[in-house]
Design a binder for this molecule. Structure first.
Ligand SMILES: Nc1ncnc2c1ncn2[C@@H]1O[C@H](COP(=O)(O)OP(=O)(O)OP(=O)(O)O)[C@@H](O)[C@H]1O
Ligand SMILES: [Mg+2]
Length: 300
């Protein structure tokens, strides 16, 4: 299955949208069952070039399962999964990568003791010279890493420093720039800001916006509606394995999204419980606004 339009080793991502008007990635009523655990069902999701699609949801809602399907780690067991309008069924992340779909995970992204430039090329190092004298083209690696990082607006003092000395946010940014350089058209980010403070989160969100500007379709998985709303074009909220909300930016406010994530009714019940338990100050907490009934249920 190699009908790809962008290989993983291209030097630049194709900036134009996929052929025709097909979304880069589309899930139709997709689902996944592990044994007798139904982790995901009935999910409709569309990833388009130059857009950030946010997937929110509480622990166990199915977020990781969803991205594992798209990134080729797990196969879906229900519904359809299309790339560039064609049905696919990936067996490995390599196959997804061959279709230009790259996932950046929080911890697995970089090797801490290696210098930044070396991390940038991990597993795809360019070589020079004829066999058997072939060796790593270090000058080219450094020059390319520097150029690509700058192109994403990432300026590091010293590319020789081990990645382990970078902040969590900078490490995420190196991983994002690397995926962009190696031809990703779809970039999946699993909770990239989960372990970060406010400032570092802002830095990562900036590069997510930069990836979108370069024409990538971005899938941002997060617990944080504030982070999602800063960069998102579309929002899906997963709950117990299915999308309980799917709305474009113009259809939903930050307050409504936050309320959906928190589960307005659950929060009110919790507040009531805490008040009963005593010792917890609930008087300063705002009354939960009613959840607007204007949300479209599922995808149109
Ligand atoms: N390999 C697996 N085998 C069996 N059940 C699984 C497996 N992976 C996930 N599940 C179950 O599927 C459901 C969804 O899990 P998933 O990891 O997708 O949630 P999540 O939204 O990513 O949660 P978190 O925010 O905690 O990362 C959970 O009930 C989980 O226990
Ligand atoms: Mg998860």
């Amino acid at each position: 299955m190699n009908d790809t339009t962008a290989g993983p080793h291209g030097t630049a991502p194709p900036e134009a949208p996929a052929a025709g008007d097909a979304p880069l990635v589309e899930l139709r009523r997709a689902g996944k069952t592990y044994g007798n655990v139904r982790a995901l069902y009935g999910v409709d999701l569309t990833v388009r070039a130059g857009r950030v699609t946010c997937v929110l949801g509480d622990n166990g809602a199915g977020k990781s399962t969803l991205i594992k399907i798209i990134s080729g780690l797990h196969r879906h067991t229900e519904g359809d999964f299309l790339v560039d309008g064609r049905p696919v069924r990936f067996s490995t992340p390599r196959e997804a990568l061959d279709h230009g779909i790259a996932a950046v995970y929080q911890d697995l992204a970089t090797v801490p003791l290696m210098p930044v430039w070396r991390n940038f090329f991990l597993g795809s190092e360019p070589t020079k010279g004829p066999w058997p004298l072939r060796r790593l083209d270090i000058a080219r690696m450094k020059e390319t890493a520097d150029r690509e990082l700058r192109r994403m607006g990432i300026v590091l003092d010293d590319l020789e420093q081990p990645v382990g000395t970078l902040s969590g946010g900078q490490r995420q940014c190196v991983a994002i720039a690397r995926a962009v350089h190696f031809g990703a058209r779809v970039l999946i980010l699993d909770e990239p800001t989960a372990a970060l403070g406010v400032k570092q989160s802002g830095v990562v969100l900036k590069y997510i916006a930069a990836a979108r500007e370069r024409g990538l379709g971005v899938v941002l998985i997060t617990h944080n509606p504030h982070h999602a709303y800063l960069v998102g074009d579309h929002f899906g909220v997963l709950r117990l394995g299915t999308l309980e909300l799917s709305a474009d930016r113009g259809e939903i406010t930050l307050e409504e999204l936050t309320d959906h994530m928190a589960g307005g009714a659950e929060l009110a019940a919790l507040k009531h419980e805490l008040a009963q338990a005593g010792g917890v100050r609930t008087d300063g907490l705002a009354e939960e606004p009613p959840i607007a009934d204007t949300f479209p249920e599922g995808n149109p």
